[in-house]
Design a protein around this ligand. Structure first.
Ligand code: 13P
Length: 258
């Protein structure tokens, strides 16, 4: 059975002081209930400038909460103004990097070849990649969800070499469910998670151990149903991760279902 995980993607939100306060509240809150990171891993992804203070707030190198970056550039160094490399992220204690989020694809022009290269670089540096896939509403309505999701997944898998697969996490985030309050039904999400798990298992014998998270309007009120759906191994949470209370409730929901 793949590991269960809950990752908070803070996107472009919070000031430095707010980010540190939220990280501290999450770390403290997790101490308040029976949380075992081996059962449900928890990660938080602040904006780049706050990685260092947030990393310190959650306990530095020994932190039980994973420090996660929202993106990275595939090149290790060079004339790439505004970009951040995986080596730089690793040097400040980042353990996982979100790759190919739909907002990176839509707003910043990240495409499948770049996703392939970035997954390869992140895994090659010994970090874990949280690779995002998901269809738009138009693609779903035209019956192309499977083709789109598996096409994106194939680009992710092209970047995976050998045992690095053990550090891959996939997140299914239907674009129409992100920030809209319109969560995928357990049946809709379960179907797509099934396709993804199937493709991972045919890619490699260890593919069945790759966690597949669901993302898109995950809230305390819908996590129980989602987390108990076969094939859903956890959540990538946007809006509801910006308050410690709702994020912790989602972690508890996944713990209960595991
Ligand atoms: P919301 O939970 O705000 O819908 O965002 C989901 C997401 O994009 C997480 O990466």
């Amino acid at each position: 059975m793949p590991q269960r995980l809950v990752i908070g993607n803070w996107k472009l939100h919070l000031t430095a002081a707010e980010a540190v306060a939220l990280a501290s509240a999450v770390a403290e809150g997790l101490g308040g209930f029976e949380w075992d990171p081996a059962r449900v891993g928890v990660g938080i992804a602040p904006s780049y400038p706050f990685l260092v203070p947030v990393g310190q707030a959650i306990g530095g190198a020994d932190a039980r909460v994973d420090l996660v970056a929202q993106a990275c550039h595939p090149e290790p160094q060079g004339a790439f103004t505004g970009a951040v490399s995986v080596e730089q992220l690793a040097s400040v204690g980042v353990r996982r990097v979100i790759v190919g989020h739909s907002e990176r694809r839509r707003v910043f022009g990240v495409d499948d070849p770049q996703v392939t290269r970035t997954v390869n670089r992140v895994l090659g540096a010994g970090l874990s990649a949280v690779a995002c896939v998901g269809e738009t509403l138009a693609e779903r309505d035209s019956g192309r969800a499977r083709e789109v999701v598996l096409g994106q997944l194939d680009a992710v898998l092209e970047g995976v070499k050998g045992s690095a697969l053990g550090r891959l996490i996939v997140a299914y985030e239907p674009v129409w469910a992100i920030g809209t309050g319109q969560v995928a039904t357990p049946a809709q999400a379960g179907e797509v998670h099934g396709w993804i798990h199937e493709r991972l298992a045919s890619f490699d014998p260890n593919g069945s151990q790759v966690p597949v998270l669901y993302g898109g309007s995950v809230k305390p009120g819908n996590i129980a149903e989602l987390a108990s759906t076969p094939g859903i191994d956890g959540a990538l949470v946007g809006g509801a991760s910006l308050e410690a209370e709702s994020f912790l409730k989602i972690v508890q929901g996944v713990l209960k279902a595991s």
